[in-house]
Design a protein around this ligand. Structure first.
Ligand SMILES: Nc1ncnc2c1ncn2[C@@H]1O[C@H](COP(=O)(O)OP(=O)(O)OP(=O)(O)O)[C@@H](O)[C@H]1O
Length: 312
């Protein structure tokens, strides 16, 4: 393996359970040190695909390599170098955070000092607290600490912030982001499109077991997100603004409060128009509302997902 090789390579991966094709020819690569999101509505095959990469299930056909090792041929080599935090993570309630992390450390020949890992995740203050007495956010963080103490090259996180309050979500995102700076590749499964936009470098969208799109998040939004809107506050003297907007936008209209709205097919044209309008009249409020991953999901999966991952 060279540094440029993907750390995970999935090609035509298929998993069949009886009559159910859970994964159907999924194909994607994960690059070193990136945050990669595996997306899809409930039942799309995310968990099955990830469990194959974690060597917990065997594929029916196709191939998957992790850190250069084939999942069916070298599961032990793979398991020694990955960390896994399941969504339903739980550990010993009556042991403290430090004791749980130390216990995880003893399962591996190599790894980090548990105290250093607690420090890295801002858990030192809670080192002496029993796991069962922690909030959901700190329990999840303990799970990440237990997975990191073996110094994995790849960390798999299954819905890392589901059920957390907004503040705990933000803290968890910041900590996940820091992991890649220290050379850990992160693979996360999530239903939360804000999480993907905030965290992920690239993403694959699975629908009915197949990958319908794999790319950088910004590229997915540009390609499938649809139109970008510029909303310009009405001040009564709007002629010059309207003319400038009409020159650049594909469509211009007034919304229900009378503000001028320009629709753009691509971000760079919208940004250029945004700059011109500001020069024209610096006092108006001008909002650029971009398309997002919700729009990508809507376009490619045929609906949006609710917080539980059901397609609506
Ligand atoms: N052990 C199993 N036996 C039979 N069918 C299974 C098994 N595990 C998963 N499936 C089926 O395979 C399909 C894909 O399931 P999977 O859990 O991988 O999807 P998912 O995208 O992770 O969904 P979720 O977001 O709900 O976790 C579903 O139809 C599911 O019912």
């Amino acid at each position: 393996m060279t540094a440029a090789d993907p750390v995970i390579s999935v090609d035509g991966l298929t998993k069949v359970y009886g009559d159910t094709v859970a994964v159907d020819g999924a194909t994607f690569d994960v690059r070193a040190d990136e945050i990669f999101a595996l997306l899809g509505p409930n039942g799309a095959g995310k968990t099955t695909a990830v469990e194959i990469l974690e060597c917990l299930r065997s594929p029916t056909s196709g191939s998957a390599t992790v850190l250069g090792h084939d999942v069916t041929e070298s599961p032990r080599a793979i398991k020694a170098r990955i960390g896994v935090v399941p969504q339903s993570f739980h550990t010993f309630d009556r042991l403290t955070v430090r004791e749980n992390v130390a216990l995880a450390r003893r399962l591996y020949d190599d790894g980090s000092d548990p105290g250093a890992v607690l420090d890295r995740l801002d858990l030192t203050e809670y080192a002496g607290t029993r796991f069962g007495d922690l909030s959901g956010g700190y329990q999840r963080r303990t799970g990440i600490a237990m997975a990191l103490v073996s110094d994995p090259d790849i960390l798999f996180l299954d819905e890392p912030t589901t059920g957390l309050d907004p503040a705990a979500k933000r803290t968890t995102w910041a900590q996940i982001e820091r992991l890649t700076d220290l050379g850990t590749t992160v693979v996360l499964t999530t239903h939360n499109m804000a999480e993907v936009e905030e965290l992920a470098d690239r993403a694959a969208l699975l629908v009915d077991g197949a990958t319908v799109a794999v790319d950088a998040v910004s590229a997915l939004v540009d390609q499938y997100g649809g139109e970008i809107k510029l909303v310009v506050e009405t001040t009564g003297d709007d002629d010059a603004v309207e003319t400038a907007l009409r020159e650049a936008a594909t469509e211009v209209y007034r919304d229900d409060v009378g503000d001028l709205v320009g629709l753009f097919e691509d971000r760079s044209r919208a940004q250029a128009a945004f700059g011109r309008l500001h020069e024209l009249d610096g006092d108006r409020s001008i909002d650029l509302t971009g398309a997002g991953m919700e729009d990508v999901f809507l376009r490619l999966a045929g609906g949006t997902v609710d917080s539980r991952g059901d397609l609506r």
